[in-house]
Design a protein around this ligand. Structure first.
Ligand SMILES: Oc1ccccc1-c1ccno1
Length: 239
């Protein structure tokens, strides 16, 4: 997968040299390039913002640098991803959708945002996805891109050592994952549930499923409401 990130703070992405994303870059699974938006400014001050038409607080990112940056970085198969407070909520399903694409271009907005014409003009020549990480406001899109890119990269073939992790994790099957335990069996007078030490794999699987459903029902009633009833055994329907 080819990924380009455009930002006025390219150094924000130094962490993407680390851990499994760094390994994905080394192996070629992820072909990642980070670009400084100011590359496409031509004034002595390398200006990327200006005051908003109609007045109001703060500054707006100018369209010219963004237009030239997207011209330079884009490709016929590119999808523009713009983290934004007004975007569609980003979900695991969205991560899977983006992970299946060939080329992602991430635009990191700052200040009060990017001139709307940049998004509109881009949408005339490529798919555009405005995505929100949640109902809160950040300084800019850089942190959101790191989150989105991590969610995508772990879905790419060969990145996770054990692909089974992807099928049992939270949100993978529409449920929150069950609690996990490891050694020691007793810690500060708290014991690992006996069922997990029983060796009875059928019983363990049932216990984990029950725990997943209970967690989802109690912590995410919104997810529980969407959980397909056909996925529930008769025993569960009474829950
Ligand atoms: O608050 C933001 C500012 C810039 C870019 C993205 C965001 C945001 C907030 C929530 N999800 O994305």
């Amino acid at each position: 997968m080819k990924v380009d990130i455009i930002s006025i703070f390219p150094d924000y992405f130094a962490p993407l040299d680390l851990s499994l994303i760094g390994k994905a870059r080394t192996t070629g699974t992820l072909n990642l390039s980070v670009h400084d938006l100011r590359t496409w400014t031509h004034d002595v001050h390398r200006t990327v913002d200006d005051s908003p038409y109609g007045g109001g607080p703060g500054m707006v990112m100018r369209p010219e640098p963004w237009g030239q940056a997207l011209d330079a970085v884009g490709s016929p198969g590119a999808t523009l991803v713009v983290p934004s407070p007004v975007g569609k909520p980003f979900t695991q399903a969205g991560a899977h959708e983006l992970a299946g694409l060939d080329h992602l271009v991430f635009a990191c907005g700052r200040y009060e945002g990017i001139d709307q014409r940049v998004i509109d003009e881009a949408a005339d020549r490529m798919p555009v996805r405005e995505v929100s990480l949640g109902d809160y406001v950040l300084f800019g899109g850089e942190v959101a891109v790191i989150v989105i890119l991590e969610a995508i990269t772990r879905l790419l073939p060969g990145v996770l050592g054990n692909a089974d992790s992807l099928t049992e994790e939270s949100h993978a099957a529409g449920l929150l994952e069950a609690p996990v335990y490891t050694k020691p069996v007793s810690w500060r007078d708290r014991e690992v549930p006996d069922v997990l030490r029983s060796g009875d794999h059928g019983r363990i699987a049932r216990w984990r499923r029950d725990q997943s459903m209970l967690r989802t029902l109690t912590r995410r009633p919104d997810m529980w409401a969407d959980y397909p009833p056909e996925n529930l055994d008769k025993k569960d329907r009474k829950a």
